[in-house]
Design a protein around this ligand. Structure first.
Ligand SMILES: [Zn+2]
Length: 266
């Protein structure tokens, strides 16, 4: 397991990763912030060009009545990406909740298109547990893995993200148990589902100094966060509750050291 240094000595320069690039591939607006907000903002601050491919508008998720949810969530995603420092956002309009039944070749062409466009050194997507066995997330894991596998050694390195087990339970505890919808994490009623079946990470990223930005990005997703536990936690608790992220290197893609192994939060 690799634990990037996170010494707080301000004299120690952060790794300068100018010229490096990362593409995150996710299913819905808010996945990027919840799963990988620390990594994405740390990379952006380290000079990495960070791009995001989001395959749906999340139009069937929870949200207030009387709005075009997909359109509102597109705006929320752009705002969250700005907070995180993401340079490029590609938001596609595959149907929310239907990714497993969409033609795999079509999805793979979209993912390959983003890789061709941004030439990332590293691609990040869901691990095989889909954060909490969300079928859309698992399908994105499978399709992204297939695309990177097809590129062989000349493709990018592939890393999977999962949630630390117990992290979302801790958020509920910190927010105070108010029951019902107020206890939901982005529309998910069971906080223990997150990370409960996650594989052992090969990289634990301690991105505590970026957790406040991660929380700010999450809170850009008003339709998903407002009224829930992530709205009620204190910003001073963000580092403890949201600062640790888990990544695992895939068996496919480029070999050798990947730049995310050298990230430091100093
Ligand atoms: Zn999602």
């Amino acid at each position: 397991m690799i634990k990037p240094s996170h010494a707080r000595d301000s004299d120690v320069p952060r790794a300068d990763l100018k010229g490096a690039s990362l593409l995150a591939v996710f299913a819905h607006p808010d996945d990027e912030s919840l799963a990988a907000g620390g990594l994405l903002s740390l990379c952006a601050d380290s000079g990495v060009r960070v791009s995001l491919l989001c395959l749906t508008h999340g139009e069937h998720g929870p949200g207030p009545d009387g709005i075009e949810l997909g359109e509102v969530r597109a705006i929320e995603l752009v705002e969250a990406a700005r907070v995180l420092g993401v340079h490029d956002v590609v938001l596609l309009d595959h149907e929310d909740g239907m990714i497993p039944s969409i033609d795999g070749a079509l999805l793979e062409a979209d993912i390959l298109g983003a890789i061709d466009r941004f030439s990332p050194d590293v691609v990040v997507t869901f691990d095989e547990d889909g954060l909490y066995w969300h079928p859309d997330h698992i399908a994105v894991h499978e399709r992204t893995t297939a695309v990177v596998a097809g590129l062989g050694d000349s493709g990018p390195a592939l890393w999977y993200v999962s949630m630390p087990e117990g992290a979302m339970r801790a958020v509920i505890d910190a927010a105070g148990d108010h029951g019902g919808r107020a206890n939901e994490i982005l529309g998910v009623a069971d906080p223990d589902a997150f990370g409960s079946m996650a594989r052992t990470p090969s990289l634990v990223l301690e991105a505590g100094p970026f957790a406040a930005r991660k929380l700010a990005a999450l809170r850009c997703h008003h339709t998903q966060v407002d009224g829930g536990a992530l709205e009620r936690i204190r910003e001073t608790d963000a580092e403890r509750l949201l600062g640790t992220e888990h990544y695992r290197r895939a068996d496919v893609g480029a070999r050798g050291e990947a730049f995310i192994e050298r990230l430091s939060c100093t």
